[in-house]
Design a protein around this ligand. Sequence first.
Ligand SMILES: C[S@@+](CC[C@H](N)C(=O)[O-])C[C@H]1O[C@@H](n2cnc3c(N)ncnc32)[C@H](O)[C@@H]1O
Length: 203
Amino acid sequence: MKKLPIEVFSKWAETGKDIGMQEGHKLSVDQMIKFATKNLKRFSFIDAGCGNGWVVRDISKFKECKSATGIDGSFEMIKKAKNMDKLNSYFCEDLLKWKPKKKVDLVHSMEVFYYFKNPMQLIKHIFNYWLKKNSRLIIGIDFYKENKVSHSWPEKTGVSIMELKSENTWKRYFKESGFKNVESWRVGKKENWGGTLIITGNK
Ligand SMILES: C[S@@+](CC[C@H](N)C(=O)[O-])C[C@H]1O[C@@H](n2cnc3c(N)ncnc32)[C@H](O)[C@@H]1O
């Protein structure tokens, strides 16, 4: 029997697999953050599906970062994040239901959006309720149609919701949700690995 994404990742947090995930994602995330922050003077930041909160902790050290917040549906992940960091804010919430009190300049997310039955609903929700004018959403995903090696992951991980979409479909979701200047590219491509697919756009 397959399990819901949050159940699986709570187990990962309990058994320390969140650290391996953090190490595996770091190269792609560093490039995403470099791209997304290059022209920002002062910015507020949310990590959607922050896991143990490592990106929130990293980005809060930037002198331009005025606030950093992490949201994750897994209680175990958020417990870890809060234990490691008393400075920034973490919330255990479903991304589709949560809204920040104040809209932000930058929303980042790594390896999260395909765990939703209807990913465009989440993209629209973030566009409408999380982002200010002149802001950015940037997401990275390793599970997508062109990355053939990733197709076996639903069986391997036993996760019940994993939506396999093409690069063009992800870009279309961003455009149809209202984003402008939508771009995509891949990071860390090599033989038998399509790389992390990055998609970004401005509100
Ligand atoms: C592959 S992990 C990535 C974690 C983190 N971004 C990282 O790079 O280490 C996916 C995360 O998305 C979270 N997640 C999945 N579905 C969610 C939902 N509906 N609401 C909130 N978080 C969710 C999981 O709990 C998990 O921590």
